[in-house]
Design a protein around this ligand. Structure first.
Ligand code: HOC
Length: 385
């Protein structure tokens, strides 16, 4: 069935059919009026490719170097919270797929599989750890120590979540972490018995790397109970002092902030608006990418997320200055649609689309993609209906 999915959009449609509404909406939804989320997608659709004629593409090489490592494709499985809520295979499955394809996987602080269990699932994977800086300094220290102990190579500090964005779909659906059985969800159970069976028999969907929180909090309550709203440059300095590996800062959408972050000793930035799930009405990440690359220079790592659904999106991001993209929703649609096999399918689809697009552009190697291969329709043109 999964092989019939030809695009990530097909996986999204399958995910909608296989997953309870509140869970699908948690993944698919965004903050406030979801303007930024729509803008992210629209920006990729305004791309106008400019192919080079008569270039041999007979021996394509999609690989790239990111933070000193060669990846077969400019793709990283990004951090997503509570992945066992989307499918009982959860974070361990994503880590195994990342290991299989030889690309990194960044586990989230609010993952539903622990730092240690993800390492056991994928002993050879390049694992990264995404950190939400918490109000508890001892906990921050412990999380870093556990990640280091388990050989996680790279820390990704998220800086756009000092407080939670207002995700209206979650409020309307009454979503809690883990989801609770209410009159509404009980009705839903009959439509998704498999999902509920696994939820009830695999020990809930808690925070595996954090202590359990009291009650069944909403995602917003999680943020206010755990995350430090006082997060600032001194927090970044603290992390830089306590983490000897690579340090990336995720949630940057302006050249000025990117420059300041690099001055504090980060190894790079992730151009991200959290998939439009935090501050609404920010710019599409693709639109700000070239200015951020220019601000931080060629030595810094620049990754991008928010709105990547197609291999052609990855080509455009690479051409406009990103070393690689981080996937979030794209593989979550896959895991909702078919567990670990769905994550594999997501990667396969994106890899095929990426290589085909590169070749049709007349570009043989990922490293040869450049700004001259990409133009833009005026804002508004080409946006999905
Ligand atoms: C503000 C909600 O990155 C997401 C994840 C986890 C966020 C944790 C708390 O849902 O966007």
């Amino acid at each position: 069935r999964l092989s019939r999915a030809l695009t990530v959009e097909d996986l999204r449609a399958a995910a909608r059919r296989t997953t309870p509404r509140a869970v699908f909406d948690y993944v698919d939804g965004a903050a406030e009026e979801e303007i930024t989320a729509a803008r992210n997608l629209a920006a990729f659709r305004r791309v106008v490719f400019r192919p080079d004629a008569l270039r041999s593409v007979a021996d394509p090489d999609t690989s790239v170097e990111v933070l000193g490592k060669r990846l077969p494709l400019p793709v990283i499985f990004g951090p997503t919270g509570y992945t066992r809520m989307m499918h009982h295979h959860g974070e361990a499955a994503v880590a195994r797929v990342a290991e299989h394809f030889g690309v990194p996987y960044a586990l989230s602080t609010v993952g539903s599989t622990s730092i240690e269990d993800v390492r056991s699932a994928a002993p050879g994977a390049d694992l990264w750890f995404q950190v939400y800086y918490t109000t508890d300094e001892k906990l921050n220290q412990q999380l870093l120590a556990r990640a280091e102990e388990q050989g996680y190579s790279t820390l990704v500090l998220t800086v756009d979540t000092s407080v939670s964005g207002m995700r209206l779909r979650d409020v309307v659906n009454g979503l809690t972490i883990p989801p609770t059985l209410t009159a509404k969800t009980f009705l839903n159970m009959s439509r998704f018995p498999g999902w509920w069976f696994h939820k009830l028999t695999t020990g809930g969907i808690g925070f595996a790397s954090l202590d359990a929180l009291p009650g069944n909090p909403t995602p917003g309550e999680v943020a206010s109970m755990v995350f430090d709203a006082g997060l600032d440059f001194t927090s970044l300095d603290w992390l830089r002092r306590h983490w000897t590996g690579r340090l990336l800062v995720k949630g940057v959408t302006t050249a000025g902030s990117a420059r300041e972050i690099m001055e504090r000793g980060a190894d790079g930035v992730v151009v991200s608006n959290h998939g439009g799930r935090q501050l609404d009405r920010t710019a599409a990440t693709l639109d700000v990418l070239p200015a951020i690359r220019e601000a931080v220079g060629q030595q810094a790592a620049v990754l991008i997320d928010s709105g990547i659904r197609h291999g052609q999106d990855i080509v455009a991001a690479r051409a406009l200055g990103a070393d690689a993209v981080m996937l979030g929703r794209a593989y979550l649609y896959g895991i909702m649609a078919g567990g670990q096999d769905g994550v594999v399918r997501t990667y396969e689809i994106l890899a095929e689309e990426y290589q085909r697009c590169m070749q049709l552009l007349g570009v043989r190697r990922s490293e040869d993609l450049s700004e001259r291969h990409v133009g833009f329709d005026p804002p508004g043109a080409g946006a999905p209906a």
